[in-house]
Write a protein that binds this ligand. Structure first.
Ligand SMILES: [Zn+2]
Length: 298
């Protein structure tokens, strides 16, 4: 019976005690108050590590030895080091695995620590929830940015949100500065830059009413996601794709399936499926723990 702790780091830190892929006890959140969401961004790395460890100790129910601790971070992670974290810039370059391992030891807890990309945590959590821990799944998380997660963990970069989906030279809205990227079409910031006078919700509302500029954008949005999905299928094979995140309500699944079908024609690759699912902090925390357990060889 594996006893682990899962942590996710975004605007808040969510922490939970996970036994055999299920949460035991309530999730802890920090900061609790929505007004204090900016607290994490302003917190120096040392203090953030301290906060994470305090939360781990609080949920561990007195266990001094844990099978694994998984910490999901929005960014590019390699061997326990944060290479890039646009939303928590202070973490860039931080050897987060070593820092958390050391701080937990000071607090009397021994555990192998794994740092993972947050979208990979979502993928692992969804795999656990949907009974797919023995198959490959991929997930698109549609939020402020476009996350791409895959389960099981496989070494690599996997910046799927920056898949090139258009050769149009005017398509340069991605926050990373790259031209033609998926996030440059579907990301919140890029939608705001494209429609300076409209919120994304209003764009999709107007598309329903037939306003031509918005109808054209809705097509581009779905073609872009279909293109990135098709590229992933052509590189890694067919399988299950989950779509989730705060903006998944913009997705018109029949339209997405239609475009994807036009882009994937080789019959051995057609055994893929696209499914919209909701996810929540519970799923993410379980996913962090499951990923850490697998990294620890459990
Ligand atoms: Zn980009």
């Amino acid at each position: 019976m594996a006893k682990s702790v899962g942590v996710t780091l975004s605007e808040q830190v969510f922490t939970g005690f996970v036994v055999d892929h299920a949460l035991v006890g309530a999730l802890r959140r920090f900061p609790e108050d929505e007004d204090e969401y900016s607290a994490l961004v302003e917190m120096p790395t040392e203090a953030l590590v301290e906060t994470i460890c305090t939360q781990v100790v609080a949920v561990a129910q007195g266990n001094k030895v844990l099978d694994a601790v998984g910490v999901a971070v929005p960014g590019l992670v390699k061997n326990g080091v944060i290479e890039e974290a646009p939303n928590l810039p202070q973490l860039k370059g931080a050897r987060l695995r070593d820092m958390i391992t050391g701080k937990l030891k000071e607090q009397g807890i021994a555990a192998p620590v794994t740092i993972l990309n947050d979208a990979d945590g979502v993928a692992a959590g969804l795999a656990a929830r949907h009974g797919k821990l023995d198959s490959m799944i991929r997930v698109w998380t549609l939020g402020m940015g476009i996350g791409f997660g895959r389960y099981p963990f496989s070494p690599g970069v996997w910046e799927g949100g920056h898949t090139v989906v258009t050769l149009d030279e005017k398509e340069a809205y991605c926050g990373c500065g790259g031209r033609g990227h998926l996030e440059g079409v579907m990301g919140h910031r890029s939608m705001r830059l494209r429609f300076l006078d409209m919120e994304p919700e209003e764009v999709f509302e107007a598309a329903k009413k037939g306003e031509s500029r918005c109808v054209e954008f809705k097509k581009l949005y779905h073609k872009a996601l279909a293109a990135a999905t098709a590229s992933s299928i052509h590189m890694a094979g067919p399988g299950k794709f989950f779509l989730t995140g705060p903006y998944v309500s913009f997705v018109d699944l029949p339209m997405l399936k239609d475009y994807t079908q036009q882009m994937v024609k080789m019959s051995p690759l057609q055994g893929y499926s696209l499914e919209i699912v909701d996810e929540n902090p519970d799923t993410r925390v379980i996913g962090s723990a499951v990923t850490a357990e697998q990294a620890a060889g459990l």
